[in-house]
Design a protein around this ligand. Sequence first.
Ligand code: ADP
Length: 571
Amino acid sequence: MTKLKDIKISVFGDTDQISSERYFLTVTTLVAAIFLMFLCVVHLLMGLKLTPVYLAGSSSLVMIGLYYFVRFRTCLYIPKAILTGLGLIMLDLSWYSKFLSNGPVLFFILIFAALVIWVWDGKFLLILLAYYFVNLAILFYIDYNAPLYMFEYPDPKSRSVDIFLSFFFYSVLLISLLYAVKREFMRQKSKAIKSDQLKTAFLANMSHEIRTPMNGILGFSELLRDPNLNAQQRLDYIETIETSGHRLLGIINDIIDISKIESGFMKTQSEITDLKEIIEYLYCFFKPEAESKGLQLIISNKLSEHCNRTITDKEKLNAIFTNLVKNAIKFTEKGTIQIGCDLIKIKKKPFLRFFVRDTGIGIPKTSQVEIFKRFIQVDVLNKMAYHGSGLGLAITKAYVEMLGGEIWVESEEEQGSVFYFTIPYFAETSDIVDKNGVNSSFENETEVPKLKILVAEDDEKSALLVTILVRKFASETLIARSGIEAVEFCRRINDIDLVLMDLQMPEMDGYEATKQIRQFNENITIIAQTAFAFSSDKDKVLSSGFDDYISKPLNAIELQKLIKKHFILVK
Ligand code: ADP
């Protein structure tokens, strides 16, 4: 059973993770490919006309290509347009050519209507539907005036085969479409119910998490008024007020962070980061707290000296680590907490893998994925009286993904947990040395043309980093601090080859700037620099006039590949 599910997921993708539009297109293209191939074979075997054989065969191949595109590539716009175009051609061909069959007509009417309604919106949908009904009217007109023009069966048997074969296919198509709609509806419904339950649990938890420190602050402030308190009591009360204040601030910060992440406003700022320094700082910061609970905090740093520095967002890395160590201390009553990192390879690329290991209460297998979602806590009813908003790991996961890595946990109940996370390892300059000590990133340097590059980036440090990374390809690098400046630069200087456009900038964002540049310059290559918060952002970027995108933090090798792709292979 599990195997069948795995096969289904690898063929169609995971319904929970990919958008319903992508899922629909994946299923449609694959089913259409199989159906058309079948049609082609049937026509061949029955020795019927050759036109439908060629048409069905080549359309099936196109469908297989489209299937690959929608399943494995990010851009949906092109396959959607091709599919609709093909649908229109098929619709007309099957209506106006004498295929001796009613079958394809109804089939394409159905599939085209389903496709158009599912994937298009707004004006375009109206235009397509108008086209569709005009065709229908013309078809009726022709058939009404010349009933034998469209379909003419050579004998009653072929009429019977045609009608019942068609019935069979429409039934299958209709049933699968209705089933897909029903499933999508049920999925959205259960998502809504779950989110409602989550909201209630969140409100209850938040009310508790906010009221408790507020009670501490207000209650002890009141007690401080008592003139008979001695100095020690006064100090103790002030300390309690301070602790409660910090706890409240932590919750407020979490709420602000998660809203920034969800609205896509959280940015990363890459800089040279000393990993040893981060780990040692954490050690010094958390040692007193761990020791006050009788826990031992240990550093296990397996990094070799030359890997101790990388380019990443230091603040985010610190926040990730802090959240994990804070949780480890919170959920461990006795034993040790170990922190460290090592250098590994994932798909031949170097990654830093960090870990935080504790000997605490552990996490049940069923919750090990869920806890990374917002507001999810293993002990929802707070029987164990642990403080927390349930946001820490959701923020941590978002940060790790923004830095280009992954996070996961391995845990046994009552034994402890190990949280792992990875981030790509970048050498601190753009010259990356491979394991043989050979400078590999710019081995084909002679092939790279010298370009005039505009870096549109409001953050000073990030702009500096991009400038360093593109140094090898640049005859000149210009820096624009806002979208408006970027547009101005492109208007004034018409030999700029490449724009590396940040998406979030003050005054005018990267999308608007690109739109305006495209109005007067179609040829300039514009690459979006983005810290994708949502997968739909990728589609948005590619359909907004950008030629390509690169994820932040920028990777020297990825950037080089992109530049080669656009300036050597294409131009
Ligand atoms: P919270 O504010 O509740 O700690 P988090 O998002 O940081 O929110 O964690 C979510 C849940 O994951 C926690 O409530 C706890 O149930 C579980 N959890 C996180 N870290 C650990 C750990 N080191 N050991 C055991 N459980 C953990």
